[in-house]
Ligand binder design. Structure first.
Ligand code: NAP
Length: 279
């Protein structure tokens, strides 16, 4: 039963969650719009996930974001899974419906597209091939979005090649798998370039793919947002490419959940970026 007088609660569930910027983001939007509600980080072990999803709605939670390691597991526990979450094989946004059912969606792909459209307004995914580095959960969302927005060919390379092959078999013939050791070849003639690996992230190894083939007509995006300016983006900017950092995707993927839980579509603007970057 849902009590309409209850203050709506939402959370990010994962293990660990202390690194997550989502509480700062949603907390900022709640304050900015003067809305009733709270958003908290909630560390939940894998063994407790099923019980937690059962309990959270009863405790007044209207939804949750999902992060590592639960993004795949929540699909099997949700009552309703959107087509895109099923295709991607992971969910990042849960809505706890008034009838008690758990609805799972994936907004990473729409966040990726909204970020590029905002920061590289001339970006035209249909203009030529896309080169995607990595084949994890984020890559699957990016590939789904690129197909949806009309990219004619999606080249993909991953250290563990079978994960890239799985994307090809799930998403079809537009996906062309390249060897990780020759990943730089994917840049030749590409118009959209995306790093979806964790390489280049603070505390992780550097992204070392040779970048000599970067050209000025490319839109280059790194999903890594800590640091904001990665080696890929610095070199792409030097080559005259349009560059887009990963922070905007984080902000845009969060907006649909916020709207469903708290009733207001939040703006993603410079103030939002500043609020999330604040220590
Ligand atoms: P994931 O499923 O664990 O995938 C990680 C990817 O990085 C895989 O392709 C993996 O290759 C690759 N990788 C990791 N270490 C590597 C290494 N030493 N050498 C070569 N490749 C390596 O994670 P994910 O959820 O897809 O996230 C990937 C990145 O995107 C993370 O940095 C995450 O923070 C970022 N992300 C950002 C946003 C945003 O809103 N900006 C949203 C989602 C994710 P293997 O398959 O060979 O392991």
């Amino acid at each position: 039963m849902t009590d309409t007088n209850r203050i709506p609660l939402a959370c990010v569930i994962g293990a660990p969650v202390s690194h997550s910027r989502s509480p700062a983001l949603h907390g900022y939007w709640l304050r900015r719009y003067g809305l009733r509600g709270h958003y908290i980080p909630m560390e939940i072990a894998q063994a407790d996930l099923k019980e937690a999803l059962h309990l959270l709605p009863k405790l007044g939670f209207v939804g949750a974001n999902v992060t590592i390691p639960h993004k795949e597991a929540v699909l099997a526990l949700a009552d309703i899974v959107t087509d895109r979450a099923a295709l991607i094989g992971a969910a990042n946004t849960l809505i706890f419906r008034k009838d008690g059912r758990v609805h799972a969606d994936n907004t990473d792909g729409s966040g990726f597209v909204a970020n590029l459209r905002q920061h590289a307004p001339h970006w035209n995914p249909a203009a030529g091939p896309a080169a995607v580095f990595g084949a994890g959960g984020a890559a699957r969302a990016v590939v789904a979005a690129l197909i949806e927005t009309g990219a004619p060919e999606i080249r993909i390379a991953n250290r563990t090649r079978p994960r890239a092959e799985a994307i090809r078999s799930d998403f079809g013939a537009k996906v062309v798998v390249h060897d990780w050791v020759q990943a730089a070849n994917m840049l030749d003639g590409a118009r959209t370039v995306v790093n979806t690996t964790s390489l280049g992230m603070t505390g992780k190894p550097e992204f070392r793919v040779p970048l000599d083939a970067l050209a000025a007509d490319m839109v280059v995006n790194d999903l890594v947002y800590a640091p904001l300016r990665t080696r890929l983006l610095i070199e792409a900017e030097a080559a005259g490419c349009s560059v887009v950092d990963g922070l905007g995707m984080l902000l845009h993927q969060a907006a649909p959940g916020f709207e469903r839980w708290f009733g207001k579509r939040p703006e993603v603007d410079d103030d939002t970026r500043r609020a999330v970057l604040a220590p």
